[in-house]
Design a protein around this ligand. Sequence first.
Ligand code: ACK
Length: 492
Amino acid sequence: MEGCCRGCMPCLKRLWDWIWPELHYPSPTIPEIRTVSGDLRIPAPRKKPVQLYAALFDFEARSEEELSVREGDKLSVIEKRGEYVLAKKLTGTLESGLVPANYVALVQDEFAKYKWYYGNINRQKAEKLLLATQNKPGSFLVRISESHSDEYTISARSDKNVFHFRIHRSTIGAYFVSDKVSFATLDELIRYYQNNPRSLGCPLDQPCVQQRELFDMEPWERPREEFQLSRKLGEGHFGEVWEALWTTKNQRVAIKMLKQEDTKLDEFVKEVHALKNLHHPKLIQLLALCTRGEPVFIITELMTKGSLKSYLATPEGQVLTSAHLIYMACQVAEGMAYLEDRHIVHRDLAARNILVGSELECKVADFGLARIIKDSVYTASRNTKIPVRWTAPEAALHQRFSVKSDVWSFGVLLYEMMSRGKMPYEGKNNKEVLEILASGYRLPSPSRCPPNIYRMMMECWAADGSKRPSFHALHSQLDNIYSRIYYKTIEV
Ligand code: ACK
C-alpha cells in the first residue's frame, strides 16, 4: 500500500482490494469538502477489529443456512439478522451461517488480565523494560502496535537484544504472526509460541517483570525549557491552554497551565493520574509534565482543530455531511467503550470535551471529573457543579453517575453533532430542562439527522439506565452505518 494518498479513487480501490480481495463493493461516494486548507477527506472504514463472540450453548443446524456450534466456540459476528446472527467460526472449519442471537455473547477485551500484556507502550519503552536487570533472556511482553491500533506486537528478549514480532489480524479477526497458523485469541497465540519456541525463533519463557518503579518514575517530568510556547489556544477548566513546540522532540504539543489555586489542585492531581493510566488512540494522550515551579504544565498531544464544540461552529464544521459526523461520533464511542471496559465514568461527555485533529480524528478529553468506580455507580458530592443539559436525570437529580449516565450524555453529544453545534434545550433553563425530561419530553431530531442516528439518541435517553445501549454496541452500530454510507449501501 505504498504511496497511498488516502483519498483518491484509485487508491481507495486499491486499499479496498487489499483489505477484502474477494469482495466487490460499490465505489465510495463520500463528498469531499473544499476548504481553505484543502479538501477534507475521511478515510475508508478501517479493517475491522472484529469483536470476538463465544457460543453459550450447543446449537445444531436445521438447514443449510444455519451453523452448528459447540458451547465455547469462538465466533466473529458478521451481521445481525433479526433473531439470528450471521456468524463465522474462528477456528477449525471456519464455516459461517446463522445462529440464534441469544446463543452467542460478546467476549470483552480481556487481555488486561494477562501478565504479559503491557497495552499501549512503544517499542523503545518495551526494549527498556525488557533489558532491565530484573529480566532475563526469554522475557517477553505484548503491546498494542504503534501503527495499527487493532493489532499487537510481541517484544521478546534474547540475550542482549529485543526482537519484535507483529501480530496481524485476518479479515475475520483471527490473530497470526505467520500466516501458516492463526488463532482465535491472543492468549492461544502466545501459548502456542511458548510451546513452540522454534516457530518464532525466540523463546517466550516468562512475562516481563512489572517494574512499577520504572513506570512511576517514567520521564513524565521534563524541564520547562524544553517547551517553547507559540500561541494561546484558549481558556480551559484549570487555566490557559497553549500551543507549544517540544524542542527536544520537534513536536507540536498542547500545554494546559495550572494557576496554583488550592481548590483546583486536587482535581488537577486526579486529572493527571487519570491521564497517566489511560492509553487509547481515541483518548487524549498525556505526553509530559512540568510540576516543579509555577505554573504547572500538563503537556498533551495537540489536536489542530481544537474542541468539537468550537469546530462545529466554524464554516467548515457547518458543512460537514452526516457521513463525516458519523465517522467522528464512531471514534468517540470507541474511546468511551475503552472507558466502559475499565468502569471509568467520564461525567462530562460533551462536544466541548472532544478534541478534533486535522483529519477529523476525535479524542475524548478532560478527565478532570473522571473517577474510577468500584461499584457500578459513583455518587458525587452534592456541591459538584453538574452540566445539567448533558447529564442523565438520575445523575443530575440524585448524583448517581454510571457508565449508563455517560451513555445519556453521548446521546446529547450526538444531538450537538447532528445539529452542527446547537445548544441542547435552547431557550430553557436547567430547572425547566429537568422538569420536561421528567414528563417524558426528549430533544427533537435535528433537521438533517438520519433517522437511524436519531433512534440511537432516543435509545441513549431511555429513562431506565439499564435499557440504554452499551458504548460497545453504539460503536459497532455507528461503524456499520459509516461503512454502509461510505460504500453507498444506504442513503442518508
Ligand atoms: O475550543 P478550542 O479551540 O479547543 O479552545 C479550547 C481551549 O484549548 C481551552 O480548553 C483548546 N484545547 C484544549 N486542549 C487542546 C489540545 N490538546 N489540542 C488543541 N487544542 C486544545 C480547546
